[in-house]
Write a protein that binds this ligand. Structure first.
Ligand code: GLN
Length: 477
């Protein structure tokens, strides 16, 4: 049976009829991993024995359950910047080699108490810095839809493993597009929740004012389930917010949104974009218009500064967050005569080039005499971008825009770091404003490269995103 084509509720039906057991699902996915991992390189570590043991434990629990918890018996992959107790957390960096997590991230605790089965840790760009999945100590991730091309990043393994059917669903993290971009490159759904919706406790911090963990899945029901499970207030994360999490049936409503007005930002008309992506995006707008949705062009004067503002803020926060990796407390240690040499050697050899570049620029932006000119100014423009979006939501219910301006590049294509930063030009505004955004797969090229678009909603309105996506899916299939 091709289990990867089923939704979680379909798998639960098979469980309740006794047609299959969690161990069958785990064995199915382990054999898919064996087939696909040599092509995709999605995993940094596969928890084979652990997953089998966990499936047996869930089977023993079965009779004590009144109903199945949301993820009962469902294999989940975890991006390797999220802690799972007893296993390594590498962030795809050499500097964390040998480190073992001492505790579970809150999201992992919640997946376990909802009956999920953790299948392993997924490849990524080092410390989540990157858009292509190439900056990993463990090698690049290939796109399962066309392995000559990249899977996108930084949640490269999270997207590729779901698209290849190596896991049922996965967790990624999105600081400036890292869930949505690889989801779009691999043709799956990826949601960046509202800032504060999902606890960051146990997520290795990159840029704390922007980071959010989110779900990735092949269908909307699975995405909604994982979203519900990981969401909600956590006293361990002071930025998490006690906001009500919508129930599954509310999220899965696909009825036509009465009187919906959808906006798109004017920068799309000037932005450099692949023709195929442009045409595909115009198709999205015309499909919506045909269904009676009103489309409105929005003037958002400040979002053209998003990439620059994001990079200054993200690099500054990263330079501070990554100071803890000094060779004393975690992972790699280069023993030297004195402490300064130990720091220099460990950090010099432990971090990859892109991470070092960002630490250096971030340290500069925060340094005395430059702080006002760079960091402080970036914070002010961030506020203006947030206000642009808030004003836009006075006029429209949702905002649609492309995900990446380019198609997935070839694995050996040379892309300079600055051009890679601009791949997230459409993604970053949602992180700067803290609002939710959902990447929706739609269309593909003749070479089988997936395309898609994203939809953004006001803070805490993930329900609107899911309803819209269900509605959109219904009209295009
Ligand atoms: N591509 C962006 C960057 O390189 C976003 C990364 C992310 O969201 N983690 O910073």
């Amino acid at each position: 049976m091709d289990l990867k084509r089923l939704s979680i509720s379909e798998i639960h039906k098979l469980y309740s009829k006794g047609d299959i057991k969690p161990i069958d699902v785990v064995e199915y996915y382990l054999s898919e991993i064996k087939k696909s991992q040599p092509i995709t390189n999605s995993f940094i570590e596969v928890f084979e024995e652990y997953a089998i043991e966990r499936a047996r434990e869930l089977e023993r629990m079965k009779d004590t359950l009144q109903s199945y918890p949301l993820l009962y018996g469902i294999p989940v992959g975890i991006k390797d910047n999220i802690n799972v107790k007893g296993f390594g957390t590498t962030c795809a960096s050499r500097i964390l080699s040998g480190y073992k997590s001492l505790y579970n991230a809150t999201v992992v605790e919640r997946i376990l108490s909802s009956g999920g089965i953790i299948m392993g840790k997924l490849n990524m760009d080092e410390f989540a810095m990157g858009a292509l999945g190439t900056y990993s100590y463990y090698g690049p991730v290939r796109n399962p839809k066309n392995p000559e091309h990249l899977a996108g990043g930084s949640s490269s393994g999270s997207a590729a493993s779901v698209a290849a059917g190596e896991v049922h669903v996965s967790l990624g993290s999105d600081t400036g597009g890292s869930i949505r971009l690889p989801a779009s490159f691999c043709g799956i759904y990826g949601l960046k929740p509202t800032y504060g919706r999902v606890s960051r406790f146990g997520l290795v911090a990159f840029a704390s004012s922007l980071d959010q963990i989110g779900p990735m899945a092949r269908n909307l029901e699975d995405l909604a389930r994982l979203f519900i499970v990981i969401s909600g207030y956590d006293p361990m994360d002071s930025t998490s917010v006690p906001f009500e999490v919508p129930a599954l049936d509310k999220l899965m409503n696909s009825s036509s949104p009465e009187g919906l007005v959808v906006g798109y930002p004017d920068i799309i008309e000037e932005a450099k974009m692949d023709d195929k992506i442009k045409v595909n995006f115009e198709k999205v707008l015309s499909v919506l218009e045909h269904e009676g949705v009103k489309i409105k062009k929005l003037r958002l004067p400040h979002i053209k500064y998003s990439v620059e503002v994001y990079q200054i803020i993200a690099m500054s926060e990263a330079s501070s967050n990554l100071a803890r990796f000094d060779g004393v407390r975690y992972g790699l240690r280069k023993r030297e005569e004195n402490l300064v040499d130990l720091y220099v050697k460990t950090r010099g050899e432990g971090f990859g080039e892109e991470v070092k570049r960002r630490i250096i620029v971030g340290t500069f932006a925060l340094s005395h005499g430059y702080y006002d000119a760079y960091y402080l100014r970036a914070l002010k423009v961030r506020r203006l971008i947030k206000e642009d979006l808030e004003n836009a939501f006075e006029e429209v219910g949702l905002i649609v825009l492309p995900v990446s301006p380019s198609l997935p590049p070839k694995v050996d294509e040379e892309i300079d770091p600055i051009s890679a930063y601009y791949l997230d030009i459409f993604n970053i505004p949602a992180n700067l404003a803290g609002i939710p955004a959902l990447s929706i797969p739609f269309g593909s090229t003749e070479e089988g490269l997936p395309m898609g678009f994203q939809v953004m909603a006001p803070a805490w309105c993930e329900g609107l995103l899911l309803n819209f996506a269900n509605f959109f899916e219904k009209i295009v299939t």
